[in-house]
Ligand binder design. Structure first.
Ligand code: HEC
Length: 142
């Protein structure tokens, strides 16, 4: 159902209406911290607050300059692909130290990154899982 919405941009205009029709809870809260979902998404473009901060960090730090606005890769690799295998620990290490000799800058001096790297990981996971759509996001229920 959600894919149907995504492939017909005109239906984006109906987002207010489609929320009830197409909403999907991709990662229902379990209440158990160890199984806690990385992110929650509805309608492809509404996410929980941490994931929203992750997306804002992506935008603020202009990762799309090298990885593309839809994360599908330019001079940097496709993160849609990378996040299929990259662990959270590996991701954190790359964000903090970069891979300078290969053209990936470090972001350890960014407060926004220090604060939101987990939300950024969650956001990119959602993109990689095909659950979060490229482009603008808003908070669930707003
Ligand atoms: C100046 C260009 C540039 C910018 C800006 C940039 N990257 Fe990268 N990034 C790269 C390149 C090039 C690589 C590949 C490094 C390598 O070959 O190991 C990379 C690698 C990565 C990887 C590892 C991919 C893998 O498969 O190992 C991740 C994750 C990543 N970048 C995320 C980000 C995020 C998130 C941002 C924004 C905070 C960002 N990058 C900003 C160029 C960039």
């Amino acid at each position: 159902m959600r894919r149907f919405v995504g492939t017909l941009p005109l239906l984006g205009l109906m987002v207010g209406i489609s929320t009830t029709v197409f909403s999907e809870d991709a990662a229902p809260s379990s209440g158990d911290e160890s199984n806690a979902p990385l992110y929650s998404v509805q309608n492809g473009n509404q996410v929980d607050d941490d994931t929203l901060q992750g997306w804002r960090t992506w935008r603020a730090l202009a990762c799309e300059r090298c990885h593309g606005a839809a994360q599908e890769g330019m001079v940097g690799p496709s993160l849609v692909e990378s996040l299929k295998t990259l662990t959270k620990e590996e991701f954190h290490e790359i964000m903090m130290n970069g891979r300078i000799e290969k053209g990936m800058p470090p972001f350890n001096t960014s407060q926004m990154m220090q604060k939101n790297w987990e939300g950024l990981y969650a956001y990119l996971k959602g993109r990689s899982d095909g659950k979060i759509e490229p482009g603008r996001l808003t908070a669930i229920g707003k």
